[in-house]
Design a protein around this ligand. Structure first.
Ligand code: 2IT
Length: 448
């Protein structure tokens, strides 16, 4: 490895020893940057890598809220404002008991590069809380969101930092968060959050955008190999927003989605998770008190495999859509044994490093998360644009822009890889294209 990359990677390890996910994300990006750093030795004197791996600002705060029985709870809230070189901080909020500083720094770092790839003017951020929304009443969710925003409101705004949803934060939570933001700050600055309901400035297609974008990205890549989604068997994991949007668009484009998964196991539906009723059921399951996908199997007579992951099922295309590090080396071996040709990460950092190495060595065509799922945040940026204009665009206008953004992500990734003689390499290409834009903006703005 290039000596400068090597030194900074060591320093990042020394400074963040307790943050495995963050270190994993930095290593993954650095592994692609050697040719770029060789070409730009001046980046060392600008401390560019030291700066790009250090969040500009990390906010950690106490959240106090009362449940329906009047019992007081304390949670930890976070916002990592990672990089604002190319636009206001932008990225989702995750409410999940697994949330910690390492996961959010990992996601904030990734978001910086993802947002750069969209070609829209958005910097990188991530936030959330270790609050578990599962099993909470609507009023408890509202009180928690209000308590969270009471602190966060002083750090965000349409031109500074624009949060959105992620795991555990959907349109209901964004509604409560925006209501509290408006109440405290005054004025109707709805560009301060995205993923809003349509009635108060949300964008059409924002709920669908991550999944539709993934399908458009996949369509472009398959086209390069003279293939199409039509007739392909597709394995998905998860059953949340990304799985839902991906299943819809893959089905529209003639593919057959045969798996979904939850914390309880996976469902194999050989008939295809393809009717509007089945796809809508994914949304219904999320609202149920029982967690997991067994409900789907019971309802539609599909196979349920408890405690297992869907990667044992033979599929032409595998698309993890659930959570970071959901694909292990054993899963990667199953995927290779099944003769799968295409692997696209739709969840952020879906793949453990040794699993990724295995898939790459076995010649799969791989699309990395920061490119594949960038459609979600891209439509968030389009929502910001609509809010600034005080106009709303039609679904077709948003969809056309999303298609164009996703194909330009594929094209820019391929061009960046080819510029450095790396061939058709979507992983290194995405990292390089994303890094070059952020690095150039940081260089131009001086030592800040
Ligand atoms: O991981 C992601 O890109 C998101 N959760 C969406 C972020 C956003 O600001 O729309």
């Amino acid at each position: 490895m290039n000596a400068y990359l090597d030194r900074v990677l060591r320093e990042v390890h020394e400074q963040n020893p307790a943050e495995p996910e963050f270190l994993q994300a930095v290593e993954e990006v650095f592994a692609s940057l050697e040719p770029v750093i060789n070409k730009h030795p001046e980046y060392e004197s600008l401390a560019l890598l030291e700066r790009i791996t250090e969040p500009e600002r990390t906010i950690i705060f106490r959240i106090v809220w009362e449940d329906d029985k009047g019992i007081t709870h304390v949670n930890r809230g976070y916002r990592i404002q990672f990089n604002s070189a190319i636009g206001p901080y932008k990225g989702g909020l995750r409410f999940d008991p697994a949330v910690d500083l390492s996961i959010l720094k990992c996601l904030g770092f990734e978001q910086t590069f993802k947002n750069s790839l969209t070609s829209l003017p958005i910097g990188g951020a991530k936030g959330g809380s270790d609050f578990d929304p599962h099993g909470k009443s609507d009023h408890e969710i509202m009180r928690f969101c209000q308590a969270y925003m009471t602190e966060l409101c002083r750090h965000i705004g349409p031109d500074t930092d624009v949060p959105a949803g992620d795991i555990g934060v959907g349109s209901r939570e964004i509604g409560y968060l925006y209501g509290q933001y408006k109440r405290i700050t005054g004025g109707f600055r709805n560009g301060a959050l995205t993923g809003k309901g349509i009635a108060y400035g949300g964008s059409l297609l924002r709920p669908e955008a991550s999944g539709y974008g993934a399908a458009y990205y996949i369509r472009e890549v398959l086209k390069h190999f003279g293939e199409s989604i039509r007739g392909k068997t597709v394995a998905l994991s998860g059953y949340g927003n990304v799985t839902w949007g991906t299943a819809r668009k893959i089905t529209d484009l003639g593919g057959k989605v045969v798996t979904i998964s939850g914390r309880d196991g996976y469902v194999y539906d050989p008939e295809g998770i393809s009717t509007p009723e089945k796809i809508a059921y994914l949304l219904e399951m999320r609202a149920m008190p029982v967690r997991g996908v067994k409900l789907y199997a019971d309802r539609f007579g599909a196979e349920f495999h408890p405690e297992e992951r869907p990667w044992q099922v033979k599929a032409d295309i595998c698309i993890p859509c659930a959570v970071q590090n959901e694909v292990s080396l054993a899963d990667a071996m199953n995927i290779v044994n099944n003769g799968t040709k295409y692997y696209f990460e739709a969840s952020n950092m879906s793949t453990e490093p040794d699993a990724m190495t295995y898939l790459r060595e076995h010649g799969l065509i791989i699309g990395p998360a920061k490119a594949v799922n960038a459609g979600g945040v891209a439509v968030s940026a389009l929502e910001m644009a609509q809010n600034s204009q005080r106009l709303s665009w039609t679904a077709d206008e948003v969809d056309d822009k999303l298609k164009h953004i996703m194909s330009s992500i594929v094209e820019n990734s391929v061009q960046a890889a080819q510029k450095y003689g790396l061939g058709y390499n979507l992983i290194d290409g995405a990292n390089i294209a994303a890094f070059e834009k952020v690095a150039e903006a940081m260089r131009a703005q001086g030592l800040v």
